[in-house]
Design a protein around this ligand. Structure first.
Ligand code: CA
Length: 292
């Protein structure tokens, strides 16, 4: 078991979507239920929040400058200096009860993000979308309940994806030239009672780090055989996602949630909603930027 420490006592409601900005050595993350995009600077341990006025599932760095956001009403551009939001495209205006959840860029700089229904008890209403750098968007997976973790293998031939209520991580053959995915198969299963798979990242050895909501852990799995390899014990029930950062990509930053925890549970985990860090002894992979 690997230990972790508190990096920043963020008191987030639903901290999520960490992504590492290597150029500026910043950790971007979102608080979905507070409608906030955050830029955290580990060097100074300071955090800046920008309220975007609606649910924000993910924020990624754009190569052309600024941030690309997946908000409840679709994809937006955010200028982090002026805090001005610009609407780009809503891929599912016919689903006003859906909001975007987790999202991430692939090795070619396309932005993948998925939706879920509000409330989340309605199953199979969401979809996984892929936004290309020309801002065209394609629906890539249907019948998604709570679209969550995404990762790509280093050889750029496999994409991994988590739809949380299924309790599994699936793999697809990934065509990096077209963004096409095929040959869906289960690669990791989380046993009942051990939490729900949420956000994830992949390390330089091709192993997946999956946050377990209500599982008190971030676990390292081998997607080649489904084996549980290691785990980071976190002091909160609801770790939500993780990303490698730091100058050497050897620090794993973990976001977490405090939302919908009863008062007695919150009393037992006063750091719920915090950002944690661990040094698991393996390097990560870089966070990809949006190419558009
Ligand atoms: Ca999530």
């Amino acid at each position: 078991m690997i230990t972790c420490e508190l990096e920043y006592d963020a008191k987030a409601k639903l901290g999520e979507g960490p992504c590492w900005d290597a150029r500026n050595q910043l950790l971007y993350w979102v608080d979905i239920e507070r409608f906030e995009v955050h830029a955290y600077n580990p060097a100074t341990k300071t955090d800046r929040a920008i309220n975007v006025g609606q649910h924000v599932g993910a924020a990624v760095v754009r190569q052309s400058g600024g941030l690309l956001l997946a908000l409840r009403e679709g994809f937006f551009h955010l200028d982090p200096i002026t805090e001005q939001l610009t609407h780009l495209i809503d891929p599912e205006p016919e689903c006003p009860e859906n909001r975007f959840n987790d999202g991430k860029c692939d090795p070619m700089g396309r932005f993948w993000a998925g939706t879920m229904h509000l409330p989340e008890t309605e199953m199979n209403c969401g979809h996984l979308y892929c936004l290309d750098k020309d801002l065209s968007v394609r629906r890539r997976v249907d019948d998604v309940s709570i679209s969550n973790g995404l990762a790509w293998s280093a050889d750029e031939k496999t994409m991994y994806f988590v739809d949380s209520p299924t309790r599994v991580c699936v793999a697809f053959d990934y065509d990096k030239a077209t963004g096409g995915i095929s040959n869906r198969r289960v690669v990791v299963e989380i046993p009942e009672g051990e939490g729900w798979p949420d956000g994830m990242t992949i390390d330089a050895e091709g192993m997946l780090w999956i946050a377990l909501w209500d599982g008190w852990q971030v676990r390292r799995y081998n997607p080649q055989n489904g084996a549980l390899l290691n785990a980071i014990q976190v002091p909160v029930a609801r770790p939500t996602s993780a990303v490698f950062g730091g100058e050497n990509l050897d620090t794993l930053y973990i976001t977490s949630a405090s939302t919908r925890l009863p008062a007695e549970a919150l009393a037992e985990q006063p750091l719920a909603g915090g950002i944690f860090k661990a040094n698991p002894g393996v390097r990560g992979t870089p966070t990809f930027e949006f190419a558009g």
